[in-house]
Design a protein. Structure first.
Length: 253
């Protein structure tokens, strides 16, 4: 038997990449694994998570936390994402991301977009985001392992997980989002209703990238929901985004 025949991992295609993007795009928290700087032993914690425009995970953590000290001394880390619903937790989709952590200080060129994208996902973090002991970190993803269901295990590299940078979004994401939400709110809500058991809440686009967007709403119980929707094909400009959303929303008319 060949090595390929023995491998438990399946080939990666666009559907698998969309699953990975959805898991990461909808994640609000993660299990963090790092290395204890004093002993060299593994250490684990739970952190809030968002993503930058390329899809790399972003963390806001206190320097009083042991895991922050560990990451600032040895940036090697893993994040495990995937919510657990009712049923067997080992049967539900999840993904482990491996990479290296970098500090994003206030003068870093990525600071503004990293901060905005994290706080729009975690509004209550505004209370402490400016505290002196809190720092922004970004995990530069190198590879990942994805479990999407029985006999559906995959190994992914960075190109499978992350998105092409859209220069227009780096400095103008707020401006572009305002235009999109003004123009497409009703249509986006119809798109989400088709993929969300017919729920008809009003959705707003929250974050964008070259492969899709995250939208958010508050349900009838007052709980905030986030859903990832993929574009029909990768976009490169704001005009491409407008065209993609036009096609997606008109399909629900």
């Amino acid at each position: 038997m060949t090595e390929a025949a023995r491998s438990p991992f399946q080939p990666v295609d666009d559907a698998v990449r969309r699953t990975a993007h959805a898991l990461l795009g909808e994640a609000c928290h993660a299990a963090l694994a790092c290395i204890d700087p004093d002993t060299g032993a593994p250490a684990a914690s739970r952190v809030l998570v968002a993503t930058d425009i390329c899809g790399d995970p972003v963390l806001l953590v206190s320097q009083l936390a042991h895991h922050t000290a560990a990451l600032l001394r040895d940036g090697r880390a893993s994040l495990l994402i995937g919510d657990v619903a009712a049923g067997d937790p080992l049967s539900q989709p999840r993904m482990t991301l491996d990479g290296g952590v970098e500090h994003i200080p206030h003068f870093h060129e990525a600071f503004a977009q990293v901060r905005r994208r994290f706080l729009v996902r975690h509004p209550t973090a505004r209370v402490y985001a400016g505290f002196a002991d809190f720092v922004w970190l970004r995990l530069h993803v190198r590879k990942a392992s994805l479990f999407a269901g029985f006999a559906r295990a995959y190994r992914l590299d960075r190109d499978d997980i992350c998105h092409t940078t859209l220069p227009e979004l780096i400095d103008r994401e707020d401006e572009i989002l305002a235009r999109l939400n003004q123009r497409f709110t009703d249509g986006i809500s119809r798109v989400l209703a088709l993929s969300n058991d017919g729920a008809t809440q009003a959705w707003q686009i929250m974050t964008l990238d070259a492969d899709g967007f995250e939208a958010t709403t508050v349900d009838v119980q007052g709980l905030r929901n986030i859903r990832r929707i993929a574009f029909p094909s990768r976009v490169q400009t704001e005009a491409d985004i407008m065209d993609a959303l036009d096609r997606m929303t008109h399909a629900t008319d």
